[in-house]
Ligand binder design. Structure first.
Ligand code: C2E
Ligand code: CA
Ligand code: CA
Length: 552
């Protein structure tokens, strides 16, 4: 405040000096006017221009006396007005500066809120949930109070989305969020951590029965049917709980154990389950894997396989899709379905995606140096699509590998965008403006709004393999595939078919004008070395059936 007042005084004195200068000029002009008027008046009275004539004029002409006072009036009035004006001007500037500061602060607060909150329900998002959980474990280690975490998943929510559409799905999520918020106690956290998944942190627990009572309260709060227009919907949820410190002393372990409990609750249709070590026998792998994945990333246990996509007409390689695998020291070779969904639950997916992107770009840059000109496709999870820092990370990776953004394709699913559409759209647009291309993966399995699809900066639709593999046998699938291709072409998009397992399917898709194809008939996902061998044979035209260049 002191410095502001000082600045105000300085500004005022500067402006005052400026205004004073004008009043001095005014006074000067008045003086000159007096001199001229006096000389002229002296001349009219005495008929000469002399000092005596000037003195006579000043003595006898009353009008000149009025004129004589002018410089003083000017000087006084000028000083007075300049002081007032300069202070008014400074206060105006100060007010406007304060307005601007308040406005900037508002924007900062809004941006921070958006980065940590879910746009649909305005609840904390996964990022904030994990952050609060980490803080709670840290604080609790010092003071040792007990707290609980709950993961809640809506049963069969996909059916609601598929039959009533995403719009109604979103409306239902909002209503559920409101009821859950109502059950919340002061100081506790409720977050939306996935499409139909919520997380609670219950900060003050006296005993395990508190958690059970809370779960019962939640079930009660959801027991009254939900109303969407004229429809009445019964919503059931499964809740898994874990308690600090009994079931875990860090955020990862707690989430993982609450997740196992939720899995049991859902599987056994119990409504809720509090973690118990005997649950591990149901799913020991799931439990331990999550803890080990963090180390796997740093210990180089992960490896990328590359799955070719070729043009239908020329059979030229267009790009390769990077698919992650885990060479687990005791479980052997693990496919992504076993660990990617787990990583998505904890936030570890960010580190995993970063590793995959880095490795895929490094490897593809090596191929580019060998004069292969194909692109690289990487699967991107919904968590990354709601992280405002993600485009900056990608910029850094592209620059450090000297890799053209135009050769990077990000495969995203319809559902991953629908978790937080407005934020995802913003992030997609930023990446698209950098030159990155987007492909909608597993197209046909979600509920796609065509109007929405048009808004997305995508260049490719990837028809899900469930329609492609049965193309020959199922007329319905052939009709669906045909319709998707027409639709995509009308929207100016390229079409990729995945899951092409035989030549007949390849030829059929070519007739349907499908642009690009991918599948075991063309090539399996290979490691980098096997991929290069495959490519040599493929380009030489020596591959005529399911290739045997794979190494696993
Ligand atoms: P996706 O992106 O739809 O990947 C295609 C999956 O279908 C791959 O399985 C691939 O091996 C398999 N596939 C390809 N062609 C054929 C075919 O002709 N017939 C049959 N039956 N299957 C075929 P994979 O590698 O097990 O990947 C499974 C899913 O895991 C992927 O589905 C993707 O959603 C996820 N995933 C894989 N790699 C990554 C990754 O790097 N990051 C993320 N976030 N997810 C990944
Ligand atoms: Ca994919
Ligand atoms: Ca797919």
């Amino acid at each position: 405040m002191g410095t502001t007042f000082h600045a105000l005084q300085e500004n005022a004195s500067l402006l005052k000096q400026k205004a004073s200068r004008h009043s001095v000029v005014g006074a000067g002009i008045a003086m000159i006017a007096i001199v001229i008027a006096t000389i002229m008046s002296g001349y009219f009275i005495t008929g000469e221009v002399s000092l005596a004539a000037i003195i006579t004029a000043q003595k006898n002409n009353v009008v000149l006396w009025v004129l004589d006072s002018m410089p003083f009036i000017f000087a006084f009035w000028g000083q007075y007005v300049s002081s007032i004006m300069s202070f008014e001007a400074s206060s105006m500037i100060l007010d406007q500066t304060n307005d601007l500061r308040a406005y900037t602060k508002d924007i900062e607060v809004k941006a921070a809120h958006e980065a940590t909150h879910d746009a649909l329900t305005d609840l904390p998002n996964r990022v904030l949930f994990i952050d609060r959980l980490q803080q709670a474990t840290f604080l609790s280690q010092q003071k040792v109070p007990v707290f609980g975490i709950l993961l809640l998943d809506i049963d069969r929510f996909k059916e609601v989305n598929d039959t009533l559409g995403h719009f109604n799905g979103d409306r239902l999520i909002k209503q559920v969020a409101l009821r859950l918020s109502g059950a919340l106690m002061e100081g506790d956290t409720l977050a939306r951590i996935g499409g139909d998944e919520f997380g609670f942190i219950l900060s003050r627990l006296k005993s395990r029965s508190d958690v059970e009572n809370f779960c019962t309260t939640i079930h009660k709060s959801l027991s009254t049917p939900f109303v969407l227009d004229n429809l009445t919907l019964d919503v059931q949820v499964s809740i898994g709980a874990a308690i600090f410190p009994d079931h875990g002393k860090d955020a990862d372990t707690l989430v993982q154990r609450a997740d196992v409990a939720m899995y049991i609750a859902k599987h056994d249709k119990m409504g809720f389950a509090v973690y118990s070590p005997e649950f591990d026998s149901h799913n020991p792998r799931r439990l331990t894997l999550m803890g080990e994945l963090r180390n796997a990333i740093t210990n180089d246990e992960l490896v990328l396989h590359y799955h070719p996509k070729v043009f239908s007409d020329s059979k030229i390689l267009c790009s390769v899709e990077a698919l992650v695998r885990w060479n687990h020291p005791s479980h052997g070779f693990l496919l992504p379905d076993e660990f990617v969904p787990l990583a998505e639950r904890t936030g570890l997916i960010n580190d995993l995606t970063l590793w995959i992107l880095k490795e895929a770009l490094r490897q593809c840059a090596v191929w580019h140096q060998k004069n292969y000109a194909f692109g690289i496709a990487v699967n991107i999870s919904s968590v990354c699509l709601s992280d405002p820092g993600f485009p900056d990370i990608v910029t850094g990776l592209l620059a450090s590998n000297n890799f053209p953004a135009e050769s990077l394709i990000m495969e995203i699913t319809e559902t991953s965008i629908m978790v937080d559409p407005s934020r995802s759209l913003d992030i997609l647009n930023r990446l698209h403006n950098m030159g990155v291309n987007f492909s909608i993966d597993d197209f046909g399995t979600g509920y796609s709004s065509l109007a929405y699809l048009k808004k997305l900066p995508v260049s490719e639709l990837k028809i899900d393999k469930s329609f492609v593999t049965d193309l020959q046998k199922s007329r319905d699938n052939a009709a669906i595939v045909n319709a998707i291709i027409q639709l995509a072409h009308n929207l100016g998009l390229k079409v990729v078919a995945e899951g092409v397992e035989d030549k007949k399917t390849f030829d059929h898709l070519k007739i349907l004008a499908c642009d690009i194809q991918q599948g075991f008939w063309i090539g399996e996902p290979f490691d980098a070395e096997a991929f290069e061998k495959w490519l040599d044979h493929w380009e030489a035209g020596t591959i005529t059936g399911p290739p045997n260049y794979s190494n696993g």
